[in-house]
Design a protein around this ligand. Structure first.
Ligand code: UDP
Length: 244
């Protein structure tokens, strides 16, 4: 029997094959990068924390009817997932203006958006993950028109579920990034991870614009105690039972 092969190593995770071609093993690393890998570092315990948070959120979303690639978590920093073909899009959902939305539009940080904004970025490091229009995305054949509609609908549903879930944790879900994959039946499944690396999360108990930050912005902006903030998110997430 062949041993697990490294299939791909990304900035935060390594993907391995397993003896079952339908199943892959994701290893979550402590490595952290920002600004298209121009800033590099390590957050102690991040691999385990993000694996645990993502696993809990995927199970919670499955229980609410969202199909995901999640199977189980055989060790603290490993997740078994369905082998899907990743759609090369980063689907970003925003509830509150922050990050690149503020930089590119001039909207003030913290402005509550009148309705959630769903955006598509091209997952391509060499091009700097550019923002796409629907027409560009279709022109590039990154997805079919029906798939774009479905991605939009799923992203909105996931946003509603996650916003409510994080509110129960005393956390405001500002924005987040999703990735999707297609299984052998061409069904779209939620993939990748959902963690403080891929979400902006603000502590509702603190209005200070720096102290409230519980996500990767602590690393990006050198705000300190990144690990403590990630652990706090983990504790609050795990305290919420999974309900269907
Ligand atoms: N995001 C991500 N990976 C990326 C780009 C963005 O997980 O490659 C997440 C980011 O953490 C934030 C949301 O998507 O929660 C929106 O990010 P934004 O476009 O504001 O970019 P940033 O300011 O993070 O560069």
């Amino acid at each position: 029997m062949s041993a697990a092969q490294k299939l791909y190593e990304g900035k935060a995770k390594i993907l391995y094959t397993t003896e079952d071609p339908q199943i892959l093993l994701t290893h979550f690393k402590d490595d952290a990068t920002a600004f298209n890998a121009q800033k590099r570092g390590s957050i102690v315990g991040k691999g385990e924390i993000n694996c645990a948070i993502s696993s809990h959120l995927f199970q919670m979303l499955e229980a609410q009817g969202i199909p995901t690639h999640y199977l189980d978590r055989p060790s603290p920093n490993e997740m078994r997932v369905k082998n899907v073909k990743i759609v090369p899009l980063e689907v970003v959902v925003r509830n509150i203006a922050a990050g690149s939305l503020c930089q590119q539009t001039g909207l003030p940080l913290g402005k509550v958006l009148p309705q959630p904004l769903v955006e598509f970025y091209y997952k391509n490091d060499a091009l700097g993950d550019p923002l796409l229009t629907r027409d560009r995305l279709l022109l590039m054949e990154l997805a079919t028109p029906a798939q774009v509609d479905q991605l939009q609908t799923m992203a909105q549903q996931i946003n509603r579920i996650l916003t409510d879930f994080f509110a129960q944790c005393g956390i405001t879900l500002v924005d987040f990034k999703l990735e999707f994959g297609l299984d052998a039946q061409q069904t779209l499944l939620l993939a990748d991870e959902i963690s403080p690396d891929t979400c902006r999360l603000w502590n509702q108990a603190d209005s200070d614009p720096d102290r409230r930050v519980m996500d990767k912005d602590r690393f990006r902006r050198d705000l300190g105690d990144v690990e403590g903030a990630y652990r706090q998110v983990l504790e609050r997430v795990l305290a919420q039972p999974i309900q269907s």
